[in-house]
Design a protein around this ligand. Structure first.
Ligand code: UN1
Length: 513
C-alpha cells in the first residue's frame, strides 16, 4: 500500500506496472530486458521498464534524424512556444512529478518539488532565449562586404543523466536544445527510469498537440551498454552526460575518438571556507543543508568545511548540535529532513568511507551509522556524519556520494584556506562565509577559487538556473543551463557577403588573372 498519495500521483503521470522504455514520442516500443524500479523509501517495486535493444535504438535514431529535418525549420520563437506549453504542463503536474522524484530516488518531497521548479524555470528561460539566439556582426576589412555570424541547429543531442537529479538535468538540456532546433534522445539513469517515462509522456503529449512529428523527444532505457549506443553513434554530434568522473572519462574518450562534442558535468568535492569574519548562524544553515540535502547526493553537496582555527571549536559545536536535530525517515513525510540513499550499494560506500577516514587518522564527531527497524526496512537510511580530517587523506580527495562532512582546519590568511579548497582534483562548487570584503574578493579573484561556481555567504548547492552550471578539472569543463550555455547546442557559422563588383581578397593578397 502506497502512502502520501503515491498511487494517485503515478496514475496522473501515466505510470503502469510494466512500461515500455523506448519512445520517439507517442509511439512506444518494448523488446528488451525488464528493469525493475524499487523505491529506496520502502523497498517496494514501483514499476518496471523495458530496456532498449539495439534494433529499438536504431528505430529511435532514424526517427530522430528525420524529425530534425522538420524541427530545425520551425522558427525558433515557435519552438519556444512549444517549450512554454511544456513548462505549463509541468506546472500542472508539479506535485505528482515531485512525489515520483521523491519516491523513486529518495530526496525529500520539498526537494522533489524544487527539482520540478527548476524544470519550469529553465522552460521559462528557454522561451525568452528562443528570440535571442544571437550572433555578432563584424565590420569586414574589405569594401562593400558584410560579415556576421549565425547559430544553426546542431542535430540529435544525446543526454545521459544521473539518478540524483532524475528530471531537472534532462530539462536543462532539452529545453535549451529544443529552442535551439535540436532533437533529443535521453537515457535516464537505470536507477530512476520511471522519472524518465513520466517526463517523456508529458513532452510527447505537448509535441503531438502542436502537430509535431515523432522523434523530437526520444527516450531510451538501460545501463551503460545502452549509453554506448549513443556515445559511439556518429549521427549524434553532441553528448551531454552527467554522472561520475569514471563514467565521464569513458564517455569523453568514446565521443572524442569520433571527434564529437561532449558536455560533461561530473563529480564535485565542494568546500565552504569559514573565516573569522563569518556569520556563524548563516554558516551552519548553509553547511548543514549543503551536506545533508538530497542525503549528500548532489554533485554540489558540501563535502568539506575549511574553518579558521580561531572559530573552529565554535563552528564544530554548533554543527554537532544541529546534526542532533536532524530527522531522518520517509522523504514524503515533510517532518523529515533527510531521506534514504539511492540503494544499498551507496550505503556500502558510505560505510566504507567512514571506516577509511578513521583508518587514515580522522576522528568521527558525529559517527553516523545505518538505521534499522520500523520505517527503515529498505536498508538505505543512514545518519549524516561529521569527521575531522585532513585534506590530503585519500578519502577526502574522493567524492563519496553520501552525507559525510569533513572538517578541515586552517591557520593564518584566507589564501591558506583557498589553497586547501583548490587542493582536490574536482572543481565544481565552492563558497566562502565572510563579511570581510578583502577575503571575499580574494576568493573570487584570479588567484581564488578554481571552481565553476564560487559563492559568497551562500552554500555550495542549490544553484539557480540563470547561471551557467558546471565546473573545471575532473568535473569535466561543461556548462549547462543559463547564461550562454545554449551555444553548445548550436553550430556556429561565420558568413561573409560580397556586394561589390570586384573580388578583393582578405589580407590584401594580390591575385590577378
Ligand atoms: C546535480 O547534482 O547534478 O545546484 C545538479 C544544485 C542543483 C543542481 C545540482 N540546482 O544543487
Amino acid at each position: 500500500a502506497l502512502d502520501f498519495g503515491m498511487e494517485q500521483a503515478l496514475k496522473m503521470l501515466g505510470i503502469e506496472e510494466l512500461n515500455p522504455g523506448s519512445s520517439t514520442g507517442n509511439s512506444w516500443f518494448a523488446n528488451g530486458e525488464i528493469l525493475q524500479s524499487f523505491s529506496p523509501v520502502d523497498n517496494s517495486l514501483i514499476g518496471k521498464v523495458q530496456t532498449t535493444t539495439k534494433a529499438d535504438y536504431d528505430k529511435v535514431l532514424s526517427t530522430a534524424t528525420e524529425a530534425f529535418k522538420i524541427w530545425r525549420k520551425v522558427s525558433a520563437p515557435k519552438r519556444g512556444e512549444i517549450v512554454r506549453q511544456f513548462g505549463q504542463r509541468l506546472r500542472e503536474l508539479k506535485e505528482p512529478l515531485g512525489k515520483l522524484v521523491s519516491y523513486e530516488m529518495g530526496k525529500s518531497y520539498q526537494e522533489g518539488l524544487g527539482e520540478v521548479q527548476e524544470m519550469i524555470d529553465i522552460c521559462d528561460f528557454a522561451v525568452g532565449l528562443s528570440r535571442q539566439l544571437h550572433g555578432l556582426t563584424m565590420h569586414s576589412e574589405r569594401p562593400e562586404h558584410r560579415m556576421y555570424e549565425q547559430y544553426h541547429p546542431l542535430g540529435v543531442v544525446g543526454i545521459i543523466s544521473a539518478f540524483n537529479f532524475p528530471v531537472a538535468v534532462w530539462s536543462w538540456n532539452t529545453a535549451l536544445a529544443w529552442v535551439c532546433g535540436d532533437v533529443c534522445v535521453w537515457k535516464p539513469s537505470e536507477k530512476a527510469p520511471l522519472c524518465g517515462v513520466a517526463c517523456q509522456k508529458i513532452a510527447a503529449e505537448v509535441f503531438q498537440a502542436n502537430g509535431m512529428p515523432e522523434g523530437i523527444s526520444c527516450l531510451i532505457n538501460g545501463d551503460y551498454r545502452v549509453g554506448e549506443y549513443l556515445t559511439h553513434d556518429t549521427r549524434i554530434p553532441l553528448i551531454s552526460a552527467t554522472g561520475s568522473i569514471r563514467m565521464g572519462k569513458i564517455v569523453a574518450q568514446a565521443v572524442g575518438a569520433r571527434l564529437g562534442k561532449t558536455l560533461l558535468e561530473l563529480g564535485g568535492n565542494n568546500a565552504i571556507i569559514v573565516t573569522p569574519d563569518a556569520d556563524i548562524k548563516m554558516t551552519i544553515i548553509g553547511a548543514v543543508f549543503g551536506a545533508v540535502g538530497t542525503c549528500g547526493q548532489r554533485c554540489t553537496s558540501t563535502r568539506r568545511l575549511i574553518i579558521h582555527e580561531s572559530i573552529y571549536d565554535q563552528v564544530k559545536d554548533a554543527l554537532v548540535a544541529a546534526y542532533n536535530q536532524l530527522k531522518i525517515g520517509n522523504p514524503l513525510d515533510e517532518n523529515n529532513h533527510v531521506g534514504p540513499l539511492i540503494d544499498t550499494d551507496a550505503v556500502a560506500m558510505y560505510k566504507n568511507a567512514l571506516e577509511k577516514v578513521v583508518a587514515e587518522g580522522g576522528k568521527l564527531l558525529v559517527p553516523g551509522g545505518v538505521l534499522e527497524g520500523e520505517g527503515f526496512e529498505s536498508g538505505c537510511y543512514v545518519k549524516p556524519a561529521i569527521a575531522e580530517a585532513e585534506n590530503h587523506f585519500e578519502i577526502v580527495q574522493d567524492e563519496t556520494f553520501a552525507p559525510i562532512l569533513y572538517l578541515l582546519k586552517y591557520k593564518g590568511d584566507v589564501e591558506n584556506a583557498i589553497a586547501i579548497q583548490n587542493g582536490v582534483r574536482q572543481g565544481l562548487s565552492s563558497a566562502i562565509m565572510t563579511n570581510n570584503l578583502r577575503e571575499a574578493e580574494t576568493f573570487l579573484s584570479a588567484g581564488g577559487s578554481d571552481c565553476g561556481i564560487a559563492n559568497v555567504n551562500i552554500g555550495t548547492s542549490g544553484a539557480e538556473i540563470g547561471g551557467a552550471f558546471g565546473g573545471e578539472k575532473e568535473t569535466g569543463g561543461g556548462r549547462e543551463s543559463g547564461s550562454d550555455a545554449w551555444k553548445i547546442y548550436m553550430r556556429r557559422q561565420t558568413n561573409t557577403i560580397n556586394y561589390s563588383t570586384g573580388l578583393p581578397l582578405a589580407q590584401g593578397i594580390k591575385f590577378d588573372l
